[in-house]
Ligand binder design. Sequence first.
Ligand code: ATP
Ligand code: MG
Ligand code: FE
Length: 345
Amino acid sequence: PLVLGIETSCDETGVGIVRGRTLLADAVASSVDAHARFGGVVPEVASRAHLEAMVPTLDRACETAGVALDDVDAIAVTSGPGLAGALLVGVAAAKSLAFALGKPLYGVNHLAAHVAVDQLEHGPLPDPCLALLVSGGHSSLLRVADVTGDVVPLGATIDDAAGEAFDKVARLLGLPFPGGPHIDRMAREGDQVAIDFPRGLTSRRDLERHRFDFSFSGLKTAVARWVEARERSGEPVPVADVAASFQEAVCDVLVRKALDAAAAEGIDDLLIGGGVAANSRLRALAGERAAAVGVRVRVPRPGLCTDNGAMVAALGSSMVAAGRPPSSLDLPADSSLPVTEVLAG
Ligand code: ATP
Ligand code: MG
Ligand code: FE
């Protein structure tokens, strides 16, 4: 099926078009520059930017794919989770298209879409697979038996998301927002064992209750304390070493827990998705350690890890292929849609 997917859950307006598992177009307009001076995404600014970017991004996707809207078999849209006002713009656009074209509408889960997108690059998802979902708002371990309907959370962050930690640490190092890519780049010049930052929820006691959960807020505080102490003593802050050591602490815990979960579940395929999956150290470390224990790793290319419309089209296409009933045209935007709800009413 030819499926058009719309993503507006945060600051990227994305329109993707797929035929089956073949990606035909992935148009993304980001309002990230408008948020940079605030050091974080401003919801009202994001909503307005989505309104302005929606039609041009739709046009661009259709042009790239060489298809007319009439050719599309189904419309998919992120119905949650995300920023309420931002989601509404995409959901309203998708409903209008579905209604005007007389095509089925699929309201899909943004987090499941971060997993589903990998099919566009690496083919059908292994059943089951273990997904490590790491992004600006989420950090979870999921058991995915069927991305169109069977996603079971095994653990999640109990405080900050991994991407949020990257962004906050970048900020205190004076790097621009969003900080993930800047830390990634700075870390290449630094020494990852220079500073021994804490690995959250890895003590024996914590593992009893939080074996597959994450915590990054203590790490962020530890980095802040370390940097403050340096500044007080008048010594220069070795930004590259701090970035590399911080990044190592995050990636070490993510990979360790993901592989532990894979072993516990008897799963040999690890899929990493979400914006932080673009991180070069996470990709390398996961590859190395997984190979050592016989686990295969799949990570989409960086451009498909951060928010985009192709991921929504990919999940929509899987819904059509699986024969799932479409959503109603009353489909609401649900800012806190749980990950278990892969397809929204
Ligand atoms: P969610 O999917 O939870 O709603 P989101 O939609 O805000 O989050 P994504 O695009 O999935 O966003 O992820 C954005 C996050 O990914 C940001 O926190 C950003 O810093 C982080 N990120 C992007 N590239 C990298 C990188 N190379 N290294 C580390 N973090 C990165
Ligand atoms: Mg973003
Ligand atoms: Fe996302």
